[in-house]
Design a protein around this ligand. Structure first.
Ligand code: SF4
Length: 78
């Protein structure tokens, strides 16, 4: 498995990416909304996803937001 195969596999994983916020865990800090406004927005007191399918242009920032969430409330599925 060389670098090229790894690159192809990575692209395939990114297709059909979905994100969700666990409202029971989210503290409403707003960090994800700042980092990836294409996908996350603030609801009444917690963040929520604006789109069920993460657009290709937002997959990187969506992953960064999930990693940055202080309480790990963001789930990403592919
Ligand atoms: S970064 Fe995490 S805790 Fe903060 S608003 Fe987003 S999902 Fe909620």
């Amino acid at each position: 498995m060389g670098p090229f195969w790894e690159q192809v596999k990575h692209v395939k994983v990114e297709e059909g990416m979905k994100a969700s916020v666990d409202a029971d865990i989210c503290t409403g800090c707003g960090l994800c909304c700042d980092m990836c406004p294409e996908v996350f927005e603030m609801g009444d007191s917690v963040a929520r996803v604006r789109v069920s399918d993460v657009p290709d242009s937002a997959t990187a920032s969506c992953r960064e937001a999930a990693e940055a969430c202080p309480v790990e409330a963001i789930r990403i599925t592919t």
